[in-house]
Design a protein around this ligand. Structure first.
Ligand code: CUA
Length: 324
């Protein structure tokens, strides 16, 4: 029997993270309610249809086959009601429930904050307009407040999806889309790119961190500031190594001569949870491996390998770790 493993797998999917069934915000709550209703309705219909099918097979076995004469009226009624009328009714019900969910998930008129999110192959640029904050692969927002997300693409079509907080919205080149997020409580959720966008589509994740208002304001203040100047001689050496390496052609560290805009802004890199767009936790070991051979972590990535001696790598790592 393959049905038990299949059911266990469904259960596992239901429990895994991120999950649209574990709503952590008002928009997600409505969508997951709709998802649940549709799942239950689909299951009930499936069970009834299968039961009728089994019954028909059983009856045919026990009755002599009939050839020729048309179906009696009561059996064409099965086709009319079972095949057209009842499905039309169920689908109409789901259609109106869906319209209701769309209506109630419309962007609130007065969002507390607007955040720009730009999809790149394969990472997310995150900006807070008017606040001089620029980061990557991580969105911070205040708890309990609707936040508008403006979506743009730098290259191909991506799709922005944070299942625990909201439905997905496509990110389309040459067009600005908008969605919104609202988290009921503090927490961190994983978002994904939900539209195939090339080789590393699967490694295009982001974290959404909802914080109480005070913590969020502190985070914004810290992000807005330029990078801390090194006080330690080892770190200073790391900074010089970084500024003389090819890193500066693609990355910005505000407050230094590094002003590249191809890759993520690294001004407060050390405070981020992950590297390579949710691919690895932000640890020194992972970062070292990523810098020396990015293609091994994420084949096809636009980040080139950097030729460094052991000492140069350690110096750069020591410097990057101070960019909190
Ligand atoms: Cu970006 Cu898939």
């Amino acid at each position: 029997m393959t049905i038990l493993p299949a059911l266990l797998q469904v259960r596992q999917l239901y429990d895994s993270d991120p999950s649209m069934f574990k709503a952590a915000g008002s928009q997600a709550a409505r969508l997951s309610g709709l998802g649940r209703t549709m799942t239950i309705a689909g299951t009930v219909v499936f069970i009834i249809v299968m039961a009728i099918l089994l019954f028909a097979m059983w009856r045919r076995r026990n009755e002599p086959a009939v050839d020729g004469p048309p179906l009696p009226v009561n059996e064409t009624a099965w086709v009319l009601y079972g095949g057209a009328a009842i499905p039309a009714l169920i689908l109409a019900g789901i259609f109106f429930l869906t319209l209701g969910a769309f209506r109630s998930s419309r962007l609130p008129a007065d969002p507390a904050l607007t955040i720009e999110v730009i999809g790149h192959q394969w990472w997310w640029e995150v900006r807070y307009p008017g606040q001089q904050v620029e980061t990557a692969n991580e969105i911070h927002l205040p708890v309990g407040q609707p936040v508008k997300i403006l979506l743009r693409s730098a290259d191909v079509i991506h799709s922005f999806w944070v299942p625990n907080l909201a439905g997905k919205t496509d990110v389309i080149p040459g067009h600005e889309n908008a969605t919104w997020l609202e988290a009921d409580g503090a927490g961190t959720w994983r978002g994904e790119c939900a539209e195939y966008c090339g080789m590393q589509h699967a490694h295009m994740a982001l974290s959404v961190v909802a914080q109480p208002a005070g913590d969020f304001a502190r985070w914004i203040r810290n992000e807005r500031a330029a990078a801390v100047a090194p006080s330690d001689s080892g770190v200073l050496e790391g900074m010089h190594t970084f500024l003389n390496a090819q890193c500066v052609y693609c990355h910005t560290v505000r407050g230094t001569q590094a002003t590249g805009t191809v890759g993520p802004d690294l001004t407060h890199f050390a405070s981020r949870l992950t590297i390579a767009s949710g691919t690895l936790p932000n640890t020194r070991g992972n970062l070292g491996g990523w810098i020396l051979n990015p293609d091994r972590v994420k084949p096809g990535t636009k980040m080139p390998a950097v030729q460094l001696s052991g000492g140069e790598l350690q110096a750069i790592l020591a410097y990057l770790e101070t960019l909190r």
